[in-house]
Design a protein around this ligand. Structure first.
Ligand SMILES: CC(C)(COP(=O)(O)OP(=O)(O)OC[C@H]1O[C@@H](n2cnc3c(N)ncnc32)[C@H](O)[C@@H]1OP(=O)(O)O)[C@@H](O)C(=O)NCCC(=O)NCCS
Length: 190
């Protein structure tokens, strides 16, 4: 993991991925990812065509407003080099999930052709370490649908565990809040 924060370059690199700020060319592939019902079935709010079309602007606005946000993921692998993979990183929770807490969520979402290769975990580990290190966040949470086994698996590999469930009023059901345990295995204070 390497972070460079000089000369207007803010990016992270892992073995197979570049985590970087969003570029206009990410807009179209991100729409495609968000149009895939298999990708969006367990999100915190339904993804319709309007939401999919506006999602890129939400990412750009998030970075401008907070100075951090979900990283756009770009492949560094030879056969897919330069391709948009998805995103991983910090996302401010919407007001309807205030019950989850005020700390930003660590979120991840990949195009389906990139699933099943450890890329989501690889990217999220880098985003986690950047959030805890450079950004010095004291705590990290993820809000995960109880049926989202792939996401639960990523959270577990990141050292997170389910700490409580809260109502998601948009979905009309309870969802789980996962939080990072500290090195001693204790849960961090809420
Ligand atoms: C959640 C999501 C990001 C997980 O993606 P993923 O590819 O399953 O997650 P990982 O990166 O941890 O990959 C794990 C898989 O890669 C496999 N793998 C293959 N090569 C690997 C490698 N070199 N290193 C690690 N794992 C590897 C693992 O065995 C595992 O396979 P399995 O799913 O058959 O058990 C993805 O399913 C997604 O985008 N879902 C839709 C959006 C979403 O729900 N986001 C979360 C909302 S809370």
């Amino acid at each position: 993991l390497a972070a460079s924060d000089t000369a207007d370059v803010l990016e992270l690199r892992t073995e197979r991925l570049l985590l970087r700020r969003w570029r206009p060319r990410d807009a179209e592939p991100m729409v495609q990812v968000n149009r895939d019902p298999e990708v969006t079935r367990h999100l915190n709010r339904p993804m319709d065509e309007v939401a999919a079309a506006g999602f890129f602007d939400v990412m750009v606005d998030h970075w401008e407003r907070y100075g951090f946000g979900p990283w756009a993921l770009e492949s560094l692998e030879p056969d897919t080099s330069g391709r948009f993979v998805g995103f991983a990183g910090l996302l401010q929770l919407p007001p309807f999930l205030v019950a989850a807490g005020s700390t930003p969520e660590l979120a991840w979402r990949l195009g389906r052709s990139f699933w099943g290769r450890g890329l989501a975990t690889e990217a999220s580990l880098a985003a986690r370490d950047d959030a805890l290190g450079r950004l010095a966040l004291p705590e990290l949470i993820s809000v995960i649908h109880p049926d989202n086994q792939r996401s639960q698996s990523v959270a577990t590999k990141l050292g997170m565990q389910p700490v409580r469930s809260i109502e998601n009023p948009v979905l009309g059901r309870d969802v789980d809040v996962w939080a990072l345990a500290d090195r001693a295995g204790r849960r961090l204070p809420r």
